[in-house]
Design a protein around this ligand. Structure first.
Ligand code: Z16
Length: 818
């Protein structure tokens, strides 16, 4: 119990009061959505007290602050999570019970704030939770998109994208802060003017369009420590008054343009994961929130510090991927043009303030902007990048005289492009990868030249997830069971969960653990029946692959294997087969045709398999519509098998893998990303590992690929599976899946045949799947393995990740609230 508001009676009164003043209604007359709003306002009242106290403590203690700069924050619902972190969940549930209300139903009223695509955005959300819980001063800095990640509907097996109007009914936890608004400038040109005051030239940006950036703050509640940090997301508004008073007075066209600019900028999240679309509006979004965030951070610093040269002692900016890396040049601009520093001083401060996290080696994700576009949109910032580049090229020449290849590979400006990763590495005081293997590949392959020139910058920070959302909230049965056995310390110290190891051979504990899994499977089966109209057997193996749809993640391998099993059962109806439910969930980028075709294939296979009475329900295939944070929590809790089957070297880390592990689902996966470290922790006998290694894949790639036709020609069963893509088995239109078929067998333009090594890994995947089945039949053995996965998940808390960032990169100070 934290505060008087959560004494049950006071809480109930407050909810009734809120329903009254918000809606002029009695509780009995209010809709569930209205009650949701009323409950949120009651909870927000408590949060605001803590928020004020936290910000006062920060003012008094003046700790160093991290600004986590990210285009994406995939927060998921706030109500349940806030109650969990206020340690008020159970009391509130009871209080609502007494009012005849169901907290689960009320939680379900909340739209998922889905201001992110997938792993990168969810990681940012887990990091904010851990920063607050570990008593660190932190801001998340991002964009308040009017429309977040689209809602996915499945019609006739096809994905339909529906706009996500998450602000429709008003979002109760956000606060508009117009007093902290900032101006951001686009376009125009730069004049050089002599400044008699300093006797030197200054650069003046003119003829630009301006937008007003208005911050909205969301509270980030730490677990049971009274800390409330802030996620600050920026909205855009036109600058009307300014325009009418300026020298442009009466410039109607410009006023309209500024109005449109403001409206467009924050309209929608680009729905691409691991892919750069190269749109001008995207660069506008990036500069918009970066400029506003930096201005706000510097204004805040200057309130109680005089010396801008010491900015790095109190402030650090972490750039989440290349998306916010224009921050490097924008910080230089502010320090020089607004704070009056010279180049060397500005560079010295900037390079102590900014750090960069790389999240991918996928070539199509690397951000490179055409110089023409960049310099037109951000003329002054571009000028600064030119100068950073000029000086860096000189450094390269000094270190590698006459080696023009180095310049070609490392310059920030080359071939008419601005290479954002290079800018981030040159300016950043830290460059990190997100899993051991990924960081090694960065050092040895992708960023080899940079590593050779500045090895001291490079480090690894293996990703993590918050156990507060993905166990305590998402799997309350298991959370209670864990607490009953080892106490509640795991909630803020996940390493404690290893204490469960003493129970893995205890039959009673095994039964309880598997019974909880069963109940969670029943809950998911009910959801599937309600949403898909498919009946699944909760006694079958729940084999789950949920993540963004991407060829490198190889959902295609999974569904081809399902087809293979289907063929086997049809051919040998008498054979031993343990019932299996293959569960998929995935959004495809709206413009990613092949990914959408894979969704259609999964649904087409599901139609055939689920309705074939001859296989007696041994095999079911389910595609869960609109996979998102809220249903993810339920899906992880119910999984028996965690599919992590990316082509080795391609998945930088993965974080879903950790959520499954924590919830007791062994990994069926490749030696990729953080899977490698999962196996290190749990032991290879408690995972199902298959496929080419990263080295083998990279070797093939550097030597022209491999020939999938050898496999096609020699393996009859694989050939049969592929043939069924184009012979009418799953669609009367035999051309429907032709592109998928071709992609596996034919090279196409610059794209190699089967560039993600699906056929190469097929047999070893099928063999690993066979081992899963054998292992599952051994009930005790399986229970032991599942429990060991939970017990060995301690490393994968984002609390550990954040502490490593603090120790090695940020050097933040802890703040305690009395
Ligand atoms: C993204 O979600 C990721 C990388 C990236 O460059 C862009 C986006 Cl939007 C993902 C990685 O694919 C995944 O392996 C990793 O776990 C996640 O970022 C968080 O680091």
């Amino acid at each position: 119990m934290i505060d008087k508001q959560f004494k049950k009676e006071a809480f109930k009164e407050s909810v009734k009061e809120n329903v009254k003043f918000l809606y002029r209604k009695k509780l009995e007359e209010a809709t569930q959505e209205q009650i949701f709003q009323a409950v949120c306002y009651t909870v927000k009242d408590v949060i605001i007290d803590n928020w004020l106290e936290t910000q006062n403590a920060y003012k008094e203690q003046d700790p160093k602050t991290v600004y986590y700069m990210s285009m994406e924050f995939l927060m998921g619902r706030a109500l349940g999570n806030n109650l969990i972190n206020l340690t008020a969940y159970k009391e509130v549930k009871e209080a609502l019970d007494e009012l005849g209300l169901d907290l689960n139903v009320i939680e379900d009223q909340e739209p998922d704030p889905a201001l992110g695509n997938g792993g990168l955005g969810r990681l940012a959300a887990c990091f904010l939770d851990s920063l607050a819980t570990l008593n660190y001063s932190a801001y998340g800095c991002g964009i308040r998109y009017r429309y977040g990640m689209f809602k996915q509907q499945i019609k006739d097996g096809y994905q339909i994208e529906v706009p996500d109007n998450w602000l429709k009914n008003g979002y109760p936890f956000e606060l508009r802060r117009p007093e902290y608004a900032k101006e951001v400038h686009f376009g125009g040109y730069v004049d050089v003017e002599y400044d008699p005051a300093t006797g030197s030239n200054k650069f003046v940006h003119k003829g630009y369009q301006a937008v007003k950036a208005v911050p909205f703050d969301m509270p980030i509640v730490g677990y049971n420590n009274k800390i409330v940090n802030t996620l600050r997301i920026w909205d855009a508004e036109p600058i009307v008054d300014f325009e009418l008073d300026s020298f442009d007075k009466g410039d109607y066209k410009k006023a309209v343009e500024q109005e449109n600019l403001a409206r467009n900028i924050v309209e929608v999240l680009y729905p691409n994961d691991n892919h750069m679309a190269g749109k001008e509006l995207r660069l506008k979004q990036q500069y918009f929130f970066v400029s506003a965030s930096l201005q706000a951070a510097i204004a805040k610093y200057k309130k109680n510090h005089k010396d801008i040269m010491k900015l790095h002692e109190k402030v650090t900016f972490q750039m989440n991927d290349t998306h916010p890396t224009v921050a490097v040049a924008e910080l230089m601009r502010i320090l020089m043009d607004e704070e009056g520093l010279g180049w060397d001083d500005a560079w010295s401060v900037t390079t102590k303030c900014v750090a960069y996290t790389n999240h991918t080696i996928m070539a199509e994700a690397l951000e490179k902007w055409p110089v023409e576009l960049f310099s037109r949109l951000l003329p002054r910032v571009y000028q600064i990048i030119e100068e950073i580049n000029r000086r860096f090229v000189l450094e390269i020449q000094e270190k590698y005289p006459g080696n023009y290849d180095k310049i070609k590979k490392m310059a920030i400006l080359y071939d008419g492009q601005v290479k954002m990763a290079h800018l981030a590495i040159v300016a950043g005081y830290s460059v990190n990868g997100v899993a051991k293997l990924h960081t090694e590949i960065l050092k040895k392959q992708e960023l080899k030249d940079f590593y050779e020139m500045m090895p001291e910058k490079f480090n690894n920070k293996t990703n993590g997830i918050t156990q507060r959302r993905f166990l305590l909230h998402g799997n309350q049965l298991l959370a209670d069971w864990v607490t009953d056995h080892i106490g509640p310390e795991w909630i803020t110290d996940l390493s404690q969960i290893s204490k469960l190891k003493v129970y893995v051979d205890d039959e009673k504990a095994q039964q309880e653990f598997m019974n909880i899994k069963y109940q969670n499977k029943v809950r998911l089966a009910k959801y599937i029946l309600e949403h898909n109209g498919v009946e699944v057997n909760p006694r079958s193996i729940f084999d789950v692959q949920v993540k963004r749809l991407h060829e490198y993640k190889r959902q295609l391998l999974n569904i081809l294997h399902v087809i293979y099993l289907y063929d086997q059962i049809k051919k040998h109806p008498e054979m031993d087969f343990y019932p299996r439910t293959f569960i998929f969930g995935a959004k495809a980028s709206a413009g990613y045709a092949r990914a959408k075709k894979i969704i259609k294939l999964i649904n087409s296979v599901a139609d055939v398999v689920n309705n074939d009475a001859s296989i007696e329900g041994k095999l079911k295939v389910v595609f869960i519509e609109n996979y998102r944070v809220s249903n993810a929590e339920m899906i992880f809790a119910a999984a028996d098998v965690s599919e992590q089957i990316s082509t080795a070297s391609k998945e930088a880390s993965g974080t879903g893998n950790m959520k499954f592990m924590l919830n007791g689902a062994p990994t069926l996966g490749t030696m990729d990303g953080a899977n490698v470290e999962i196996v290190d922790e749990v032991g290879k006998e408690n995972a199902f590992i298959f496929g080419l290694s990263a080295d083998e894949v990279i070797n093939y790639e550097n030597n022209g690929g491999y020939d999938p036709r050898v496999i096609y020609n020699t393996d009859d069963e694989i050939r049969q599976v592929l043939t069924e893509l184009v012979n009418g088995t799953f669609s009367s239109d035999t051309e429907l899946f032709r592109d998928l078929y071709n992609s596996l067998l034919n090279q196409n333009g610059g794209e190699r045949a089967d560039q993600y090594f699906i056929l190469a890994d097929f047999r070893s995947y099928a063999a690993a799947q066979k081992k899963v089945e054998e292992a599952y039949k051994d009930e005790k053995g399986w229970a032991r393995m599942a429990m060991l996965n939970t017990a060995c998940a301690g490393k994968f808390t984002s609390d550990r990740t954040i502490q490593e960032y603090v120790d090695d990169i940020w050097h933040l100070d802890k703040v305690y609230i009395k």
